[in-house]
Design a protein around this ligand. Structure first.
Ligand SMILES: Nc1nc2c(ncn2[C@@H]2O[C@H](COP(=O)(O)OP(=O)(O)OP(=O)(O)O)[C@@H](O)[C@H]2O)c(=O)[nH]1
Ligand SMILES: [Zn+2]
Length: 363
């Protein structure tokens, strides 16, 4: 049925449903499946209905389980059993670390072992890609198709979805036009749109860089607080301006503005991480307590956009060795690293020191 949504399009629907607090159905190997509800957006009523239908687990990441001192028997995932009186407040307390210090969970939390956790893992991948807290309620279903049809829920083929979610979606060049900038009057803005319905990304091309030589390039990840508000908590705004200024001085360059806010966890989760930093945790610890890895960005994206624009070698403006490694691995040669040390303030001194100590940032 060519008019029916493809798997990738169904996944985009599933993400939108989860963000709204609507459950989705996964069909697993062998025909059995699961009903999935994001912990962050689920309601007491829907949780109650799920519990009435069977035994519900709360899937969390091993990172979050570590903070909660719960055993993760499934490697990167833990399946927490719901106590008899578990309600929405309990679900939020397990999935959101905001009150960990003031109202510690009365543990120990019991976790499931044995059987297969593939659907729980996929549930977490889906809620993460919806930029929600990485925690999901999962109810096993014997007949997923029947369940999905009854309540008109999005049905996802979980076996095919797992590899699909690992694959970088194709990017379409939508449009480009001149945008004269303070830093460089001869600038063009290009818009790239991923075919999986996720956020668009931008490229700012300064001058007409020679495609046969390494281009001065910056892979900038969106930072609403730093880029737009002038936050002193990070160095993003000054880095953005300094990179464009350098390209303007040299007369050519390309700045990719990647919509990977908060190192890929989204602005709401980044603000949750900031709130944890107010409690004394550093930038890496805060991500871990929320259940995320230090850095959830996919830098294949940057490489793909560069390639689409005709570049295969860069002089990369960065202090982050992971970006250099990723570029090389994706087939973009890094002819030179150009350091970008600007924007240090008393407020971001500890943040920059943590990045150097824990994420290997070059000083
Ligand atoms: N999760 C999280 N994200 C943050 C925090 N502070 C800044 N960010 C995000 O981190 C990203 C910064 O990206 P980049 O400017 O590429 O920084 P980088 O990885 O250190 O690399 P270079 O600047 O190239 O050296 C942006 O997406 C910010 O929104 C934080 O405390 N927690
Ligand atoms: Zn920032």
């Amino acid at each position: 049925m060519p008019l029916a949504p493809t798997l990738m399009e169904t996944l985009a629907r599933a993400r939108a449903d989860l963000r709204m607090g609507v459950p989705v159905v996964l069909r697993g190997a062998g025909g059995a499946g699961a009903l999935v509800l994001a912990a962050e957006t689920g309601s007491d009523e829907r949780i109650g209905l799920m519990r009435a239908a069977g035994e519900v687990d709360l899937a969390i990441t091993a990172r979050r389980a570590e903070t909660l001192k719960a055993r993760a028997y499934d490697g990167d995932v833990a399946r927490v059993l719901l106590p008899a009186d578990a309600d929405l407040g309990w679900v939020h307390a397990v999935s959101d670390p905001k009150d960990d210090l003031t109202v510690p969970m009365k543990g120990p939390l019991a976790t499931r072992r044995g059987d297969d956790a593939a659907l729980h893992r996929l549930a977490i991948t889906l809620v993460k890609s919806a930029r929600l807290l990485p925690a999901a309620l999962v109810l096993p279903l014997a007949a997923p198709e029947v369940f999905a049809a009854r309540d008109d829920l999005t049905l996802v083929d979980a076996v095919a979805a797992a590899p699909c979610l690992m694959t970088l979606a194709a990017l379409d060049h939508v449009v480009s036009a001149k945008v004269p900038l303070r830093a460089a009057e001869n600038a063009r803005l290009h818009i790239f749109r991923p075919e999986d319905g996720s956020d668009e990304h931008y490229a700012i091309e300064i001058g007409r860089p020679d495609r046969a030589a390494p281009v001065l390039a910056r892979l900038h990840s969106a930072c609403f607080t730093g880029d737009l508000l002038g936050s002193l908590k990070c160095d993003c705004g000054p880095q953005l301006n300094a990179a464009l200024a350098r390209m303007g001085q040299e007369g050519s360059g390309v700045l990719l503005y990647l919509n990977q806010e908060g190192r890929g966890i989204g602005l709401a989760n980044k603000m949750r991480a900031y709130a944890l930093q107010d409690q004394g945790f550093d930038t890496v610890e805060a991500n871990h307590r929320l259940g995320f890895e230090d850095d959830e960005r996919d830098f294949r994206l940057g490489a793909e956009i560069l390639r689409k624009m005709g570049f295969d070698a860069v002089r990369l403006l960065t202090n982050n060795p992971a970006k250099i490694e990723m570029m090389e691995r994706c087939g973009i040669a890094v002819a030179e690293r150009v350091p970008l040390k600007v924007g240090e303030t008393p407020y971001n001194e500890a943040y920059l020191a943590t990045k150097a100590a824990k994420s290997g940032h070059l000083l």
